[in-house]
Design a protein around this ligand. Sequence first.
Ligand code: AMP
Length: 398
Amino acid sequence: MSVVLVVNSGSSSLKYQLIDMSDETKLASGKVERIGESMGIVTHRTADDRHETETPVADHDAAFEQMLRGFAEYGPSLDEVPPAVVGHRIVQGARRFFGPTLIDDRVETDIEELIPLAPLHNAANLAGIRSARRLFADTPHVAVFDTAFHTTMPDATSLYAIDREVADKYRIRKYGAHGTSHKYVAEQAAAYLGQPLTELRIVVLHIGNGASACAVEGGKSVDTSMGMTPLEGLVMGTRSGNIDPAVLFHLHRKAGYTVDELDTLLNRRSGLLGLTGTNDMRDIVARVEAGDERARVGLDVYVQRLRHYLGAYLVQLGGGDVIVWTAGVGENSAEVRRRTCERLEWLGVELNLEKNAAAGGDEIREISTARSRVRVLVIPTNEELEIARQALATVGGE
Ligand code: AMP
């Protein structure tokens, strides 16, 4: 049995999944939250149980110890199902990593070197790699980068129109994110349609708390809405997405905002939260239905930005064959999907409103009408499974 352990190590959390790759079933999963705070929360799930404990978790080493404790106490025993490989989610691989990569000391150093491009994320990812390599010293470790899928973006879509010397010196360009998810759902879409991915033009809308759109042509990312960092593009749960950069100069000059305050404002206090007071789409839609004006305007801004990117990518691709909705909002919010796809019949996009409104499960759903030229699908994403597949393939497993 080929088993893969997938780890996603964030600045204050560690998420993991143990997957049996013979049939791609999840054997166990868990989360260690609030690392470094006075009290942490540890959750371990098996096929039929969920166990939650509270205990202080000082750092990533301690978080991995908690993970091992979860497996030892609640199963499955890692002695009985030892992972053949550990797959690590890494946020920023820039233009240094173009695919999944077997981790050695050199790769660790390269990931460390990329920390300035994703300070919070890569530092935490690296801490996770170091802890995991100590604990699973005889197991191969593979890094799977969020940016790798987007390394096929041409200069035309990934360069910013700033001084080339400054850009090159500081490696400023669009790297994108969510690549593992975009790749996974694009492949799922092709399999569902029974058409080769190489012949499809797909717009993927990965819309969760973080959100990005991606134009996929022949299986390759040709543009995506997130930029050098995950702040650019769509309106998100707490991130602003696109704004005029001069807003920052203005806030600095007129209101004395520091760089850190601006960072916090745009990354944590903007987006749906800033516009409406909450970042949960369920609450926002309920408030709109109840006549709440602030929620209505917030949802309008959100949907308008989605339409902006959808239109841009359909033009860029010279037309589209498929639109894929995925992630928390994309998979669950019929209202956001309906509003985004409204009045697009002229582009060949027509939703079947009944199918769109029906509740979905884990299955792929087609929500366009039979005559819609562009087929619209809802596909649950599964980044962990994609990481596991890539990690196993990298070490020659299947
Ligand atoms: P994600 O980051 O992919 O986990 O997505 C999380 C977001 O999905 C939440 O913040 C909600 O706004 C949204 N969401 C989850 N379930 C629903 C639902 N049933 N209807 C609308 N939005 C949802």
